[in-house]
Design a protein around this ligand. Sequence first.
Ligand SMILES: [Zn+2]
Ligand SMILES: [Zn+2]
Length: 588
Amino acid sequence: MKYLLFFCIICFGRQYSVAKTNENSVASIAGPLLAYRIIVGSDASASEKWAAEELRYWLYQICGEYIPVQPQNNNYTGPRIVLGYNYEVKGKTGIQPPSDKDESFHYFSDSGNVYIYGGKQRGTMYGVFSFLENEFGCRWYTPQVTVIPKKEKLVFGKYNYKSAPGIQVRNDFYFEAFDPVWAARNKMNGRMNYVDQPGGVEAFWSVHTFYPLMPPDEFFDKHPEYYSLINGKRVFEVIKNEHHQLAQLCLSNKNVLKIITERIKQKIRQHPEYMIYDVSQNDYYNPCECDKCQEIVKKEGAESGLMIWFVNQVAESVEKEFPDKYIGTLAYQYTRTPPKNIRPRKNVVVRLCPIEACVAHDLKSCEKNKSFLDDMQKWSSVSPQLYIWDYVVNFAHYVMPYPNFAVLQPNIKTFKENKSIGIMEQAAYQSRGGEFSELKAYLIAKLLWNPDININEVIDDFMSGFYGRSGKFVREYFNLAQSLITPQQHIKIGLHPIDPIFTNEFVNQSIALFNEAIKVADNPTIKSRVELSALPVYYLKCMRNPVMARTDGTYRLVLNIIAKEGITHLAEYNQSTDRFNKFVEEAK
Ligand SMILES: [Zn+2]
Ligand SMILES: [Zn+2]
C-alpha cells in the first residue's frame, strides 16, 4: 500500500539443536539404511508426494544413501518412514484424520518406524521439513544457501514432536522469500499479486481493490453516481495542484453493492484456492460525501462504519456460496478508527497497517505507537479476527543499517494477542541486497510460524551457518548496530543517513569489524556474503561522508558489490530509480 505516497509504503555445516526432541535418546533404529522405505499413501496429495522426494533427497545429502519411496502396501512390514495420515497413524495415535487445510503436524517413532503426518495440503510437508531441521540440523537459509550436516550413517532416534502455526497466514514479503520452494521449506504460505507465488493461501488481488473491481473506464460515463461525491461533484479522481488522486466508490449505492458482490464471487469461482478475497478502499482518501453515505458515517461515528456496513453485506452474500472464504478489507487512513455500533461479520477480516509506527521501540513500549495500539485493541475487541500489514525495513534506503531486530518478535506477539490470523511483513521486495535481507527473511519465517522462538538462538545459528568463521564478526557488527537504539530516539519506516542515531564512529567501528570478517572468510563464496552484509555500512559512509568515500574508494566498492550481486533497488518504488541514479552520479 501507499506505493505512491511518501516513499511508498504501503503503500556449515554445523549441527544446531533447535527444538530438538530426542536429546536423550540413543539410536533406537539400527540396521542397514537401505532396508528403510519412505511410504506414501495412494491418496497422497501433491505436496505429500513432493515432500517424500524432498525427504529422500535430503537424507541422501546427509548420508549418501537413497531410501526408496514406495506406495503404501499392506504386505510391506519392513522399517519405514510413513508420510501422511493413514490407518497405521490412526491405530497408534487414535486421532481422527486432520482436515486437509490443517497446517499443524506431528512426527513420532514407534517400533523402529517413523511417522510424519498433518493436513494434506501443507501439514505433512511442513512436518517433513521440520523433521529434517530439528533432528538432522538441515537449514534452508536462502533459496541459494542450504546447509546440510553430513553423517557417516543415518540413525533415527525416538521422536514425538508436534507443532502448529502461530500465525495462520504467514507472508514474508522479502525478495529472498518469494521463491516458492524456499517458502515451502520454511513454512511460509502467504501470497501476493506482486509475484505469482503458487500455493499460497492469502488473497486474490492483494488490497485496494475498489477500482480493479469497478474500473471507472467501464462505469463512470454512464454511472457517475457509483463514484465519490466530492464538493458536490461525482468524481473518480480528484485533481489537486495537478496531482491526480483516486477517489472511492459510493458505498450506499445499491448497484455498487450488487456489482462488487457479483464480481468478487466470480473471482472466487475462477480462483477458489485462496482463503481471503479483498474488497477494500483505493490507496487514497476522498471517501464519498453524499447524504446517504454520510448518514451511515454519522450514525457509526466513523468512515469505517460505512465500510464495514458495505463489506458485511458482500461477505454475507459470499458466505452462502462459499462458507469457508473470508472477505478482507482495510482499516487504513480514513477508516482506521473503528465504528461505534456495527461489527465485522465472522467471515470479514479487517487489515490494519502500523505505517506510522516507531520501529526503534515495540508497539507496547513507545508513546509514539500508542495511537496505533489503541486502534488495534479497539478493532480487536469488536472483530472476530484481524490481519496486520506490517513494515520491517527502511523504505527510503533499503541498503542502510536499520536496527529494528529487537521489535520484530514483540510486535508479532502483540499482533497475535490481538487476534491476528495473518501477518504480512513488507520488506525489501523488489531486489536483493537490503540490509541483512537473508537473515531477516529467515528470522521472520521462523517467527511467523512460532512467535515464541528464542530469536538469539536462530540468529546465532544463522551467523555460523551462513557466514562460517566470519559469523563471529558479523554478529559483533549486528550487536553494535542494534545498540544504536536509545530510549529517546524514535525511528520510522524512512530512516535517513543523517539521523542522529548514526555516528562516524559507528561507521568506522563497523567497517573494522567487517574487515576482520572478510579476512577470516572460509572461502570466496562466504566472502561475498560478508561483503554483501557490509554493503549497508559502506553505503552509509558514502551518504554521510561523500568526499572521503570518493577518495578512499568506498563508493567504488559499493558500486562493485551492487553490480556483482545484481542489486537493482536502493529504495522502494517511485524513489528507487532516483536513488539509484543519484548514487551512481555521486560516485563520480
Ligand atoms: Zn455516497
Ligand atoms: Zn519509539
